[in-house]
Design a protein around this ligand. Structure first.
Ligand code: F6P
Length: 333
């Protein structure tokens, strides 16, 4: 249950922009819709900027109305499209972006994205005075200051659905499967789906991998009468790819198979949770931005929506993986 906060409703800014940046995440459209409709209801104009920061530099903007964002809440991806904009690392390009925003009278920007995107937002705000409010949107759930990011819940359920299906065939063939989920620097997705999917072993970037411990866990499972096992690995777990691990296991005599879930984890109809999180965070971002806040990100902590400094947000979430991994192992024996 997310507690909807008292949202400020006396806008001082009259024109804002909204963009999505970095990897898309299911629920981003709900956030875009909420920004536009909240602003519309409070007589604030919203420009939609296409393809993240690239769209500012390329002047790809459109004025959005409540009707522009109709029929969007149930769709994954991002209506505004997205990009990873390397040009924005250059201060000169950020200065140019601020100038362009001012030409359209855009006084503040809602940026929906992950840590790279919000780092760009922070620098833009500090260097140019353009107000920015971040909305955490990434399936990785690796932002600091918020317990959950938009898209995580849908990605967890997508990966879990795949793991359940893999378990069917693993069970039929008495096989070991290595399932690689996304997360270059974070094991949030891997631990959450691993525990929920009954994985025998979970490998994450936050904890060094010991190949012999993986072998031991499979052997222990076999000794205890289990005929199949699932090893969930985050893509950045540190021991190569899921294919590499599978090859290593097969070299030791296990007839393992690899399944790399990849980008399917970023698509699919957003869950109710992500639609609601996107809606509430998007509205809160528009409200706080137009009320004069800047340099902050909308967050969820203990069920309550609030704001945290962008510095805290982009510092990342430190996960204490040990207890979670231990519990998953105990419950899978
Ligand atoms: O958006 C986060 C993320 O999905 C990571 O989990 C993954 O490592 C990365 O994006 C993949 O990025 P790309 O789509 O650019 O290959």
């Amino acid at each position: 249950m997310i507690v909807v906060p008292e949202i400020p409703s006396s806008p001082r800014l009259r024109t804002i922009g909204v963009l999505t940046s970095g990897g898309d995440a299911p629920g981003m459209n709900a956030a875009i819709r909420a920004v536009v409709r909240w602003a519309d209801a409070h007589h604030v104009r919203t420009f939609g900027i296409q393809r993240g920061y690239t769209g500012i530099l390329d002047r790809r903007v459109e004025l959005l109305t409540s009707r522009s964002v109709a029929n969007l809440i149930q769709r994954a991806g991002t209506y505004l499209k997205t990009s990873r904009c390397d040009e924005f690392l250059d201060p000169e390009q950020r200065r140019r972006a601020a100038q362009i925003l001012r030409q359209w009278d855009i006084e503040g920007l809602v940026v929906v994205g992950g840590d790279g995107s919000l780092t760009g937002a922070k620098l833009l705000a500090e260097e140019s005075g353009i107000a920015v409010i971040g909305v955490p949107g990434t399936i990785d759930n690796d932002m600091g200051g918020t317990e959950v990011t938009i898209g995580f819940d849908t990605a967890v359920n997508t990966a879990l659905d795949a793991i359940d299906k893999i378990r069917d065939t693993a069970d039929s063939h008495d096989r070991c499967f290595v399932v690689e989920v996304m997360g270059r620097r974070s094991g949030q997705l891997a631990t959450t789906v691993g525990l929920a999917g009954g994985a025998e072993t979970i490998l994450v970037p936050e904890k060094a991998t010991d190949f012999e411990a993986v072998v031991d866990s499979i052997d222990t499972s076999i000794t205890r009468g289990k005929t199949n096992s699932i090893i969930v690995v985050a893509e950045g777990y540190g021991g190569g790819t899921g294919h590499d691990l599978t090859e290593q296991l097969n070299a030791r005599g296990y007839h393992a198979r690899a399944c790399i879930l990849g980008h399917i984890q970023r698509g699919g109809m957003p869950t109710a949770y992500d639609r609601n999180l996107g809606s509430i965070m998007g509205a809160a971002a528009a409200a706080h931005l137009t009320a004069g806040e800047t340099g902050r990100m909308v967050s969820l902590q203990s069920g309550r929506i609030g704001l945290v400094d962008l510095d805290e947000a982009i510092n990342g979430k430190r996960m204490d993986a040990v207890n979670m991994l231990e519990l998953a192992r105990t419950l899978a024996t």
